[in-house]
Design a protein around this ligand. Sequence first.
Ligand code: ADP
Ligand code: MG
Length: 699
Amino acid sequence: MLVTKSTTKKNSQSALSQSVQYLKGVGPKRCEIFGRLGIHTIHDMLYYFPRDYRDCTKIQKISEAEIGSEITIQGKVSGINSRRSRNRMHILEVFVDDETDTIAATWFNQPFLASKFHVGDNVFLHGKVGAYKYLQLLSPEYEIVPGDEAAIKEGSIIPIYPLTEHISQTYFRKIMKDAVHHFANQIEETLPEEIIKKNCLVSINTAVKDIQFPKTFECLKNAKSRLVYDELFTLEMAMALRKRCIKDEMGISFKAGPNVDTHIRKLIPFTLTDAQERVINEIKEDMRSNKPMNRLLQGDVGSGKTAVAIYAILVAIANGYQSAFMAPTELLAEQHFQTIQKYLCHSHVRIQLLTGDTSSKRKKDTLRQITDGQVDLVVGTHALIEESVQFKRLGLVVIDEQHKFGVIQRLKLKEKGLSPDVLIMTATPIPRTLSLTLFGDLDISILDEMPPGRSPIKTLWIPNGKENEAYEFIKSEMAHGRQAFIVYPLVEESKVIDLKAAVTEAKRLQKDIFPTLRIGLLHGQMKSAEKDKVMLDFKEKRYDILVSTVIIEVGIDVPNATVMVVEHAERFGLSQLHQLRGRIGRGSEQSYCLLFGNPKTYESSERLKIMTKTNDGFKIAEMDFRLRGPGEFFGTRQHGLPELRISDLVRDFPVLKQARKDAFEIVSKDPHLKSKIHAKTRKKVLEIFKDRLELINIG
Ligand code: ADP
Ligand code: MG
């Protein structure tokens, strides 16, 4: 990176956008290391926050150390003893003196630590006091500090940064001090004054200074509050603007009066649940309005989303518009197609299936019918978003299992109509925390009630050694004519190994455990047509047990299957386990989910515990989110959120709600942030979100 140190610009923002190399003590080499930490500009530097702080406000004397209590001490290394005990354990003792006494910092089996300490080093130690032959700190937190800094005054709070080996805390602190000193005051305030006042926030300059070098813990707290609010406000502002953009479009005003309603209800073979009624009303409201609907329908597996979707589809069709229904896989598209056909067999609705498997002749005909308006409803996969699909009058788009499609695909299908209404359905319950942010531009409806007549699934954890009892239980279920799934995790990325595991296991089960039962096999290397055939055979009871190494397609309906066995359940994520469990419990019989496995980590045993305790998808999602954090929640970073540096969506949920309220209020008064008092906010939001959220209209 080439930097001309001479071109200091007066403009403060461009000063902040200069390379860190502009700072004293940062040469090209260090600059490169900084780059790896994501620090390129001075602005990046100022926003590189400590991961922790060392509390030197209460450094204690060694002589005051009480056995059993926690203390922080500062002293000099006076001796190092690195040895092996008789039972081959490695013991490292680092003796540290202050002017009052000596204490030994002791580590077991970490011989590599020995080389870090030298006699004469100044160190800070924090840990629990014990006693052996002498006073001890067992595996304390430690920091070795060079001479000049050991003179840190009592009463200070020292930032500790997340750094790599090549940069020392001391060096980094020095550079940061310099950066804060010269540039913190140049950071522009982007929050409107009214917001700052209302939320009692400190200024951005104070916040950055105090997050880096707080004088007191009170200052630190205020700095954090300000920065957390700031981050979440910016996020929610982007959401508010995006929602505004959508609402700016003119949509279709569908008519959905009592006539249409009576008609539709005749086609639905059951009484809708209260939740379905409520959600249908929300959807009708949207569809009647002249603004495009952009709604997310969340509902656990089996909560009856399809019926709701059909209601919306029929409203569109009754108004002379076409509908498109997109599912994530061929099999699901096929299943939806059949289900919907069944619902609609007594109507005049013309419905077609369009997937990658559709033969080219058939496809050509279907495409023509779509273009000519001879089809009312097309059910399909992402084949629906191909260029060649041209609707005559697309009025409603329904997307199932939203998170498998990106935002982009969502938009592409939507663009095939003139601002059609969009209904997105997901069976992956998304914690409220996330849906507010991730889908902040959508309205949300929740189906939180199951159709009547289902008994909740019983979930049991089967530890190693208890498998045989479980197998006996499965046999007794089979004897009553039920069916079972047995799922294995993907052993590795490798499909070959995956195949072997499935084949071997299916053989073993057939030979040793279930010699009289019919076992089907589903694995990752099968073509989708083969998979579909096996699934169909299972559904039609040509197998008793289905052994599978692939996640059985979401949404597959086999009401006679009452047992779900998950082998090595500890290797599955919570939402995967919940999805798998959702394959059973679809009939009126009692169903059982048996989780085999021996969890070795805290997280994996928590997951199994949660599964045995609740069937509530939302609770599970919230726990999953807590265990894994938002980044991993969706597997990849494709969710399009920028990284949150300081806030935590779960921990800071109350702040998120406030920030959201504030942002939406501002946007409702000043829809495009045209007012001068919002100019800086607007600039910041666009800088961060323009490429992520298609904030087209306010660019
Ligand atoms: P989801 O798509 O949310 O997983 P479905 O729409 O597939 O759920 O519904 C699951 C099952 O429940 C289907 O067999 C459906 O016919 C049935 N069902 C849906 N709503 C009701 C209801 N109100 N009363 C009785 N059965 C219902
Ligand atoms: Mg479904």
